[in-house]
Write a new protein. Structure first.
Length: 598
């Protein structure tokens, strides 16, 4: 576990740093647990469901449930080994140490539950503090000697729904904000959220079951020797944010965590992006989670539907359309950042690069004999669309809300769609009848980028005839458009780093594409892409240093958000982000000549 500095007291009037949260996710529920024992975000039964607790977005009205030793100070925090059970050690005034383990489990009736399990000296006083979510409607907890109930209600987008919190086989003196009780002589105290009463033995058994499942998953992985802990945490985070029913991954389990403190750069990421799912599937392949990667591939195929080339770049986790983007007026926002949004207008954008991302996933899965037939069957239509649309301006990987542009990154990924489709055809996995069209488009893209998308030194530009810097062009090396040994690969890396590096990570681009003058943090996965390119170019010391510096920005739970503050290193943006953790695994396994797709 990581030793902690002094934390501000609970309820301090500032947003809690994201790095102080553990994201507990098990494929159907998500909880964001603060080091101090408070669950400040709880979405149960659906990864993308509206939250029942949302203190993260409104400290006064969002609601929270906290379990902590009274008069104690958290000394160290982390995970209970290679699991998704958080562990915090507390120092009490003279009574000794108390450990709190918290995890998502199946409750006694099979319903999703969150369990706090406290062990320490008998008689140690413990507080269970309940803050009612009042956003949308006024509600209050009804507290008895063994349970607290919150009636269903609230705003449809959250915080909403009923809640049940129970003590495990104990009776306590209820108060207006919860209970005050003590660790019993048996040595342990369990508090359940979302489950009917069950004894301490059931809580311990449920946590052990959760940990056994986690360890079994990790035991099937092929992990790099260096930075094993980072690889384990990235893989477990991706697996936790993968829907157990449908197989797809959320981009992130949160909404409206700003890309810059207090700014309006607040977006809802509780959806399944084709791009993010392809990256997650390839990352899982890279560490040997072939079955999980194949499930991602099947989910992507369903998302593509009957018109793969015209599919929306993002859909809901169940495959439905993303709701219209709108502001939620009753939540004050993380650190006052407004608006709080639900829905995402990116679903209606043209994003040509996703065609290449999905075909790369299909090629990677096929190399492991694990590509779902529906996804393989969609590849010809995806490559056809890339061949037809590669020259069209689009909104690009950054989903700029301003004018469309002829982004080089989009052309590079259209090239990848045609290139991987041709490779699959050569292997006899696809019919060869359309191969000439794909080959012609691939050659035309190379010629267009060479003529209008490269500087005299060979480095790639942001867009055709636009010389500004864009970190996304690093993907040209990662997908093979620029061979690792080509001078243009090193020139592109050097130019992007020189123009966009701030701290260990990179800005997206050197100009406000969306017309918003507000700054944004450096993008975590862009910095990790730079580390991966450095590793592929043989700059192993630079790659290792950059990777370690980015990983050091994570808190004691080792999870990363969308962005980093370029000066303070604090986490910004939605948390944790799938694309960031996929990029961690890519950077960890990158080396000269390594396979491009897992």
């Amino acid at each position: 576990m990581t030793r902690l500095g002094r934390l501000p007291p609970p309820g301090a009037p500032r947003p809690r740093p994201l790095e102080e949260y553990a994201c507990l996710a098990d494929g159907r529920s998500v909880a964001l647990l603060h080091i101090d024992g408070a669950c400040d975000w709880w979405s149960a039964g659906r990864l993308d469901g509206p939250p029942r607790l949302a203190r993260l977005l409104d400290a006064r009205r969002g609601g929270s449930v906290a379990v902590r030793p009274l008069g104690a100070v958290p000394l160290a925090a982390g995970w209970d080994g290679e699991t998704t059970v958080a562990r915090v050690a507390w120092a009490t005034a003279g009574a000794g140490a108390v450990e709190v383990r918290t995890g998502l489990v199946d409750g006694p009736g099979g319903e999703p539950a969150l369990v706090w399990w406290l062990t320490g000296p008998p008689g140690t006083p413990v507080a269970v503090e309940l803050t009612a979510p009042t956003a949308g409607s006024a509600r209050a907890w009804s507290v008895s000697a063994e349970r607290a109930r919150l009636a269903p209600g609230g705003a449809p987008e959250g915080p909403c729904g009923g809640l049940l919190v129970t003590l495990a086989g104990l009776r306590a003196e209820p108060g207006p904000q919860g209970w005050r009780l003590a660790i019993p002589p048996a040595g342990g105290l369990a508090v359940w959220m979302g489950a009917e009463p069950a004894g301490p033995e059931a809580a311990v058994a449920a946590l052990r079951g959760r940990m056994a499942a986690d360890r079994a998953f990790v035991g099937r992985l092929t992990l790099p020797g260096a930075q094993r802990a980072a690889a384990v945490r990235a893989a477990l985070t991706l697996w936790g944010l993968q829907d157990r029913g449908g197989g797809g991954c959320l981009a992130a389990p949160t909404t409206s965590l700003p890309q810059w403190p207090g700014s309006a750069r607040t977006w809802d990421y509780r959806f399944a992006w084709l791009r993010d799912n392809a990256d997650a599937g390839l990352a899982l392949l890279r560490v040997g989670a072939v079955g999980e990667a194949a499930a991602v591939g099947a989910a992507v195929a369903r998302q593509l539907g009957a018109d793969p080339g015209g599919a929306a770049p993002v859909r809901c986790l169940d495959g439905g359309p993303v709701p219209p983007e709108r502001a939620v007026p009753h939540l004050s926002g993380y650190g006052g950042a407004r608006p709080v949004r639900v829905g995402n207008a990116a679903a209606g954008q043209a994003q040509v690069d996703v065609l290449g991302e999905v075909v790369r996933l299909a090629a990677g899965l096929d190399a492991h004999d694990a590509c779902p037939p529906a996804l393989l069957g969609a590849v010809p239509a995806l490559a056809d669309a890339a061949a037809a649309r590669w020259a069209d301006p689009d909104h690009g990987i950054w989903e700029a809300r301003g004018a469309v542009r002829a982004y080089v990154h989009s052309r590079v990924l259209a090239w990848a769609a045609c290139d991987r489709a041709l490779a699959l055809a050569r292997r006899g996995r696809l019919g060869a009848g359309r191969a000439p069209r794909w080959a012609a488009a691939r050659a035309a893209i190379v010629a267009a980028v060479a003529a209008r998308g490269q500087r005299p030194d060979g480095s790639l530009r942001m867009a055709l005839d636009d010389p500004r810097a864009d970190s996304s062009v690093l993907a040209a090396v990662l997908v093979g458009f620029l061979p690792e040994t080509a001078p243009a690969a090193a020139a592109t890396l050097d130019q992007v780093v020189a123009a966009l590096q701030r701290g260990p990570s990179l800005l997206r681009y050197a100009v406000a594409l969306d017309g918003d003058p507000t700054p944004a943090g450096t993008f975590t996965f862009a910095g990790l892409w730079a580390a991966a390119v450095e590793a592929r170019l043989g700059r192993s010391a630079a790659a290792a240093g950059r990777l370690q510096a980015i990983l050091a920005r994570a808190g004691p739970f080792g999870q990363l958000s969308e962005c980093l503050h370029p000066r303070t290193g604090r986490l910004l943006g939605n948390y944790p982000q799938v694309q960031s953790h996929a990029a961690v695994l890519e950077a960890l396994v990158a080396r000269p000549g390594a396979p491009l797709e897992g």
